[in-house]
Design a protein around this ligand. Sequence first.
Ligand SMILES: NC(=O)c1ccc[n+]([C@@H]2O[C@H](COP(=O)([O-])OP(=O)(O)OC[C@H]3O[C@@H](n4cnc5c(N)ncnc54)[C@H](O)[C@@H]3O)[C@@H](O)[C@H]2O)c1
Length: 373
Amino acid sequence: MTKKLGIGIIGAGNISAAYLRLAPMFKGIEMRAVADLNMKAAQSRATEFGVRAETVEGLLASDDIDIVVNLTIPAAHFAVSKSILNAGKHVYSEKPFVLTLQEGAEIAALAAEKGLRVGSAPDTFMGSSHQHVRAMIDDGTLGKITSGTAFVMGHGMEHWHPNPDFFYQPGAGPVLDIGPYYVTNLVQLLGPVARVAALTSTPSSERLITSEPRNGETIPVGTPTTIHALLEFKSGAVISMVTSWDVWQHDHSNMELYGQEGTVHVPDPNFFGGDIRITKRADFVDLPSGWDHPFSVPNDGEHANYRAAGLSDMAIAISEGRPHRCSSELALHVVEVMTSILAAGEARSFVEMTTTCKRPAPIGPKEARALLS
Ligand SMILES: NC(=O)c1ccc[n+]([C@@H]2O[C@H](COP(=O)([O-])OP(=O)(O)OC[C@H]3O[C@@H](n4cnc5c(N)ncnc54)[C@H](O)[C@@H]3O)[C@@H](O)[C@H]2O)c1
């Protein structure tokens, strides 16, 4: 039987509900406690999901907690992850992992010194569709991928999130907030990035909240909200990635990769599932049969949502002594790509990457099934 590691959460906000709801599907993890600066928020989530509420200090001192999931806001990720490691616990952070390379290096050094694991979301690249694309790239179906496009554009977060302030401050914006899904998927499909360039703009200096309970309030914007980036991968592939929260409508597909034998339309990397379309040279063809991946099954309305798969993979990897897929090396390389895109936009020049990473191990139907209870 797979050993279960005790999981605690710091940050009882919006996304904590998804982790608490989905974790029981997975092997290797057991949700035990929730903490927050705001004790009321912790208590309310704890009651909702039948775990205990703790103060942050209480959670960090708890003997039954092995991994702490950091679901605080991006600006707090570094300090909270450090305090988790200093308490002798493994850390799994929501994205963005950290906000600077220096923070990432400090976390890596601390984890190495303490012999602890560090992992980070997103884990959507472990989804059925993205893994199917990975398999078709790795087995040569599409030929060598030479270029591609990624578009993630909309009109921001102030129409749905109850407290959208952080999305418009340094550490967020569309590149750091939604970019992790796209860049991580590109890195798992194509390998590490060599250099980036970008043009950025901030069309509005404030945004009007239309969600409840703060409908009518305006909030300041402190980071670019439209970013057009170029990414050159070490493989030689060149990708245009456009992210914006200033677009009402568009008809671009989420991600297209162009190989020497065909094209693949990749579904939104913000989700685990979605439709893939491929061509053999110029002609659309059926997908190769036999891909029966458990993370394709809709379990959240129409969506396949397997958030916590990366956490489960890390817990099992700790017990088995193997590398975990949502690694800090991958997350830090993605942070360098994203922060360099913003720096390139400011400097109006190319920025070379100083970090690299291995592609995470693929997770086919058999390996995915092994994570499920
Ligand atoms: N909301 C989503 O749909 C979503 C999806 C994927 C990822 N994420 C990521 O998850 C993280 C949290 O997002 P959210 O939407 O849940 O935010 P949120 O604002 O709803 O919740 C954050 C919670 O963290 C607490 N907090 C902040 N600083 C803290 C600290 N130092 N110590 C303890 N608690 C602290 C806050 O009190 C709050 O309850 C972000 O990094 C975000 O990018 C969110």
